[in-house]
Write a protein that binds this ligand. Sequence first.
Ligand code: NI
Length: 209
Amino acid sequence: MDIKARLKRTLILCVIGLVIGTGIGFYQMNNAEQTRGAASGIAGVKIGGPFSLVNQNGESVTEKNFAGQYKLIYFGFTYCPAICPTELQKITRVLKTLEKDNPKLAANIAPIFITVDPERDTPEVLKDYITQFHPKLVGLTGSVEQIEDAKKKYRIFAAKVQEEGMSDYTMDHSSFIYFIGPDDNVLGVYRMDDTAQMMVADMLSNLPK
Ligand code: NI
């Protein structure tokens, strides 16, 4: 198959994955809504928690490295042809808007990209990839087990898809941007159809009082 046909197929698979992911995600979203606010244990579904991963410089990183900070967290993979780059560009736009309108908040937000494809997304691959987006963006990878653990905690669905005639696999994965507060509460969950503008407005309205 030529590269164009392959890209097209990968894109289609990515979209199929997104539809599946969105279905699962819708369920998660409802739970995330319930998770909002102080009583995060009541709904029974907690999003987030401790993790142990490796950053783009090959250094071990845990949630403690981001203690006291707001976080924008997105799970994806660098080979994703369309959806992941779009969402990472959105995070970049959100941060650039906040840098103008609310620099204090912007300075205290850590944008984090966590791969669902640790076998191909090594620290080197991530390091190269994230330069396309906001300079503060942190890329996290790890062992398959470490990534599985993080995916589970953040309720992320992701699976390899190997299509006949394709030498490379692609990934089905859910697509959410999580806005997490300094106390690790989920303050917002954003989907593909939320614009950067909508995100900024929602983030500002959900800041802890
Ligand atoms: Ni993707």
